[in-house]
Design a protein around this ligand. Structure first.
Ligand code: PGA
Length: 252
């Protein structure tokens, strides 16, 4: 089986301005060739994707989006942005089903699956996010919740999909699961994918996300079954994001 190329993705969320796009070149200047062993991705707010793609030209930094419409046809959908438009603007990936969208915007796994399908149809790689809340973890329901989200959110043709395991309680905070806990849930994700897709599930990259920073990245990358990270806060500044990328053994 070919090795899965690690993916280290930065999710800028609703932060940054045009001036922040200078971080893209700065990132490349810091990581340069070392990043050849990994896919380094930045997902800025949608209005900056075109500019971000220009800023990333000539570097190895990839650009992605944070969400897309589930609607595939050009149609009257005020405020929506289609996956095809994001691809046209220069995005290569799109995050779907982030817990902030599931909880604050009421997105169901069924909607997330349709968004992922729209992404695939437009030639984008969807990063499908899954993860349990603190209450679900305390109740011992991690495998049930995460397994269910993987079953319901990942489209049938999974070949080009990335899954990001992001425990909701670890996002934007200071606590992360232990390396053993991360490995345990990654095995649940891989097992659930294997139930649906057999050996093809081996090709799917599974990222960890939630309070990844320069200090803990190397330890998390070493966890069994972790194929990279989805990074929020620490991706906004090139110096921090570069330190995370350089913490990956494949970026040496
Ligand atoms: P964080 O966010 O790194 O700021 O915890 C991660 C995410 O929400 O993707």
């Amino acid at each position: 089986m070919a090795a899965r190329k690690p993916l280290i993705a930065g999710n800028w969320k609703m932060f940054g301005r045009q001036a922040s796009l200078s971080e893209i070149k700065a990132l490349w200047e810091s990581v340069g060739r070392a990043a050849g062993g990994v896919d380094a991705l930045i997902c800025p707010p949608a209005c900056y994707i075109g500019q971000a793609a220009w800023a990333a030209k000539g570097t190895g930094v990839l650009i992605g989006a944070q969400d897309c419409s589930a609607v595939q046809d050009d149609s009257a959908r005020t405020g929506e942005i289609s996956a095809a438009m994001l691809a046209d603007a220069g995005a290569r990936y799109v995050i779907v089903g982030h817990s902030e969208r599931r909880s604050l915007h009421g997105e169901s796994s069924e909607l997330v699956r349709r968004k992922a399908e729209a992404a695939l149809a437009a030639g984008l790689t969807p990063i499908v996010c899954v993860g349990e809340t603190e209450a679900e973890r305390t109740a011992g329901r991690v495998a049930e919740v995460v397994g269910g989200q993987v079953r319901d959110s990942v489209p049938d043709g999974n070949a080009g999909v990335v899954v990001a395991y992001e425990p909701v309680w670890a996002i934007g905070g200071s606590s992360t699961p232990t390396v053993a806990e991360i490995a345990e849930v990654h095995a649940v994700v891989r097992g659930t994918l294997a139930e649906r897709f057999g050996d093809r599930a081996n090709a799917t990259r599974i990222l960890y996300g939630g309070s990844v920073g320069p200090k803990n990245a190397a330890e998390i990358f070493a966890a069994e079954g972790v194929d990279g990270a989805l990074v929020g806060r620490a991706s906004l500044k090139a110096a921090d994001f570069a330190a995370i990328i350089l913490g990956h053994p494949a970026a040496k």
